[in-house]
Design a protein around this ligand. Structure first.
Ligand SMILES: C[S@@+](CC[C@H](N)C(=O)[O-])C[C@H]1O[C@@H](n2cnc3c(N)ncnc32)[C@H](O)[C@@H]1O
Length: 294
């Protein structure tokens, strides 16, 4: 099911489910959306070897296997390019080729448009995708805090959660994307982190011992509301907060910075606002890689 692409500047109407919710042009997260969805140049993927990851497209067409052969993907897209908030599939490819083998079971508890399961299947892995708002028949409806998966079943878990309230994913009141992480929110952001602690605990439960999981997330910044002249901004260090929650159960393996490639980052009005307002547009996402020890 295709979801509508939102107008990046729309602020009057609440966006439709799945549409990006851009508060205004000072919203640093609205400015820095996910990497561009179709790059002009899609070189075959090969394993990246530093902690700074970059690729010129959201999706991949081919990759280089362990014998040096170019393997062509069965589709030009993994997941849905029109799904607001979709994960770059090449990020999932990098993880699965490093931390899993053919036949392994990959689980994505917040599967959105299905990027993880499509990438897993390209690589001959098995995949289970869950989401509160299932976007296609092979994604099952479930709350990521209570998955219908037995203990220690998965060989790898990938999660790309909502980052605060910037995208309106669905009308489901259980959607974690309805929980504001801002320190000036009514609960100071507590409900979001409590919900994500449960998602992380559930991921730990379903993962086999000595196997890996990864969480892809961005910090957030937005203009303070209701103050004449703007009143500065509020920074939400979602990445570091989630990292510390993950450490309660998992052993950290590494932290990758994934460069966000989006034309909007270079748009002169966004850049001007960032310079004049003394804030930064979000230029990277964290990718936290963790291991379940026992
Ligand atoms: C960033 S998107 C995931 C994008 C996905 N990886 C893709 O490539 O399309 C976050 C997803 O979390 C889902 N979500 C939010 N709260 C959830 C919950 N409690 N349980 C399961 N899924 C939830 C949303 O419906 C949304 O699809």
């Amino acid at each position: 099911m295709k979801r509508p692409l939102p107008h990046p500047q729309s602020s009057a109407a609440r966006p439709k489910p799945g549409a990006r919710q851009a508060d205004d042009e000072h919203d640093a997260d609205a400015a820095a959306t996910r990497p561009s969805r179709r790059g002009p140049n899609r070189p075959p993927l090969k394993r990246l070897t530093t902690t700074l990851w970059e690729y010129p497209s959201q999706h991949f067409d081919s990759w280089i296997d362990d014998e040096g052969n170019v393997v062509h993907a069965s589709a030009r897209m993994q997941g849905d390019k029109d799904y607001a908030g979709a994960t770059p599939s090449w990020v999932v490819w990098q993880l699965l080729t490093r931390y899993t083998r053919k036949g392994d079971l990959i689980v994505d508890p917040m599967c959105g448009s299905g990027t993880t399961i499509d990438t897993a299947r390209e690589l001959e892995r098995k995949a289970l995708g869950y989401d509160l708002a299932a976007s296609r028949p092979d994604i099952f409806r479930a709350d990521a805090r209570k998955l219908p998966v037995e203990d220690a079943k998965a060989d790898f878990v990938f999660i790309d959660p909502p980052y605060s309230t910037h995208i309106d994913y669905s009308d489901d009141p259980a959607c974690i994307g309805k929980l504001d992480t801002a320190p000036d929110a009514d609960d100071g952001g507590k409900a979001y982190y409590q919900a994500m602690r449960k998602v992380i605990a559930e991921s730990h439960r379903i993962l086999k011992p000595r196997r890996y999981m990864a969480l892809y997330v961005s910090d957030s910044w937005r203009k303070r509301r209701g103050e004449p002249g703007g009143g500065g901004g509020v920074f939400m260090p979602i990445g570091f907060e989630l990292f510390s929650i993950m450490r309660e159960r998992f052993r950290p393996i590494d932290i990758i910075a994934v460069v966000r490639q989006n034309a909007k980052l270079g748009k002169s009005n966004w850049a001007k606002s960032a310079a004049e307002g003394n804030f930064f547009l979000r230029g990277f996402n964290y990718l936290f890689i963790m291991k379940k020890e026992s």
